[in-house]
Write a protein that binds this ligand. Structure first.
Ligand SMILES: *Cc1c(COP(=O)(O)O)cnc(C)c1O
Length: 466
């Protein structure tokens, strides 16, 4: 932009009191305290001025639009429902597990009132973990259980409670990184335990553990390789062997299972994931896994195992720092109760399970319905086709595996796919799809019942405004 043009735009930025008179702003002025309204206008003007000064090419309409958008975003929840058309079943960016309607109704009811979070029938302060512990024991066979903020917290807490100032032996093939800076070596360091790595990346033998045990060893740790696989010339020591070794040397065995399958998925032609029950049966002293991966509940870290160790963990100050609120307890209890039901009912009502086991013809039916509607309304703007593709499980669960799916491929004729995809993500119900080589792919494995209508509405919104 030329210098004179720049100066011209800067000179013509309207004054704050002029902007306050815009008819489009009046509804926000009626709702919001005026000093917040002025602060936002000032901030947006400042931001605009900086952009112009750095040479970006914008006009005053852009400023107006960006102020109005800011107000719209301010009064509508950012944490709102979104449509996952990415085909990644457990997507951390999209909040991982979708709850069933039953759980959502419980939550709504309990959240507007008080909750029996930590009180007993006598009206006395009670153990906040007793109900969850009871139901976890019933499902998994473990002696006791407790929950904390997430599985990263669970790992940190267990290592701190069992092995602070001591060494913890881990196979080199299990020093994993999960997204968001969860790395076993770093969690270990934060916990106050010392990592003692054994074996090689691809092969670790029982002797490697045995030779590493010394008077300062505090525990043996097994970590599930959640999000990667080592293939070829490989060996890991089985949990059974590790437990045997732990017993011999009187050392606790910790099992970080990651996703924590409560039912054997291989029965349903899904890849085998180690189950929590197998780990308990094998005799692991302490086991942890996420509440919002395959369990399909709220974000939390579930710890189960020997009662003596759980009681010891309860006394640890980190437990208080990592404790969960009433919403998490309510949602997890309802999720775990689903697992007590007949398996047929569970599979139908459980958010994550029903997506994993969704019949391909059901996915195809919904995708074709959406494709037909899009073709009918937007054939001028879009080229639409139905294609076979593959979905991912994600969330560090069975994540090397893919599931068959159908996608609606949307190729815009009048704008770039990236821009259309972005516009779809800013709708009242945002739509998240994959963009690949100028085409938006809407994967219907993860599009929930009736959500195809939200997709149609979003396209309507986008094409209405351009
Ligand atoms: C996912 C995962 C974690 C972290 O769990 P969050 O619930 O995301 O904190 C830790 N360990 C393993 C093996 C995992 O798969």
């Amino acid at each position: 932009m030329k210098e004179t043009e720049k100066q011209n735009i800067l000179r013509n930025i309207p004054a704050v009191d002029k902007i306050l008179q815009w008819p489009e702003l009046q509804k926000f002025l009626e709702q919001l305290e005026q000093h917040y309204v002025t602060a936002i206008i000032r901030y947006k003007i400042d931001e605009f001025r900086k952009r112009i000064l750095t040479g970006e090419d914008y006009d005053l309409d852009f400023l107006k639009n960006s102020i109005l958008c800011e107000f719209k975003d301010l009064v509508r929840p950012y944490f709102r429902r979104a449509v996952n058309a990415l085909g990644i079943v457990l997507h951390t960016g999209l909040g991982r597990a979708p709850f069933s309607h039953g759980i959502a109704n419980n939550l709504r009811d309990a959240s507007v009132g008080y909750s029996q979070l930590q009180i007993d029938e006598e009206g006395k302060r009670a153990d906040r973990y007793r109900k969850i512990s009871q139901i976890l024991s019933l499902i998994t066979g473990a002696e006791a259980g407790i929950i904390v903020n997430n599985n990263a917290g669970a790992t940190l807490l267990i290592l701190n409670a069992l092995a602070k100032g001591k060494e913890v032996i881990v196979s080199r093939g299990q020093l994993i990184e999960i997204g968001g800076a969860f790395r076993i070596p770093e969690i270990m360091e934060q916990s106050g335990a010392t990592l003692h790595e054994v074996g090689a990346t691809n092969r670790t033998h029982l002797e490697n553990y045995e030779e590493a045990i010394n008077e300062n060893t505090g525990a043996l740790l097994r970590v599930h390789q959640s999000n990667y696989r080592i293939i070829g010339f490989t060996k890991e020591v089985s949990l059974n062997e590790l437990i045997e070794l732990g017993k011999k040397h009187n050392l606790p065995v910790i099992d970080d299972l990651g996703s924590g399958a409560l039912i054997d998925l291989s029965k349903y032609n899904l890849p085998k994931e180690p189950t929590v029950q197998d780990s308990v049966k094998a005799g692991a002293d302490i086991i942890c896994f996420s509440g919002d991966k395959l369990i399909g509940g709220p974000q939390c870290g579930i710890i189960i195992g020997k009662e003596k160790i759980i009681n010891n963990i309860k006394k640890n100050p980190l437990t208080r720092a990592l404790r969960c609120d009433k919403m998490t307890n309510e949602a997890l209890e309802a999720t775990l109760q689903l697992f007590l039901h007949k398996e047929k009912t569970l599979l139908k009502n459980h958010g994550v399970m029903s997506i994993l086991l969704r019949p391909i013809k059901d996915i195809k039916r919904q995708a074709s319905l959406c494709a037909r509607k899009l073709k009918k309304q937007f054939s001028k703007q879009l080229e639409i086709s139905l294609q076979k593709d593959l979905s991912e499980i994600g969330g560090g669960s069975l994540s090397t595996e893919q599931l068959p799916t159908f996608v609606v491929a949307v190729k815009p004729k009048i704008m770039a796919a990236q821009d259309l995809a972005r516009a779809l993500r800013t709708c009242d119900i945002p739509i998240y799809g994959r963009v690949s080589e100028g085409v938006i792919l809407l994967d219907f494995r993860t599009v929930l019942r009736k959500e195809e209508q939200y997709i149609i509405n979003a396209f309507n919104d986008v094409f209405k405004t351009i």
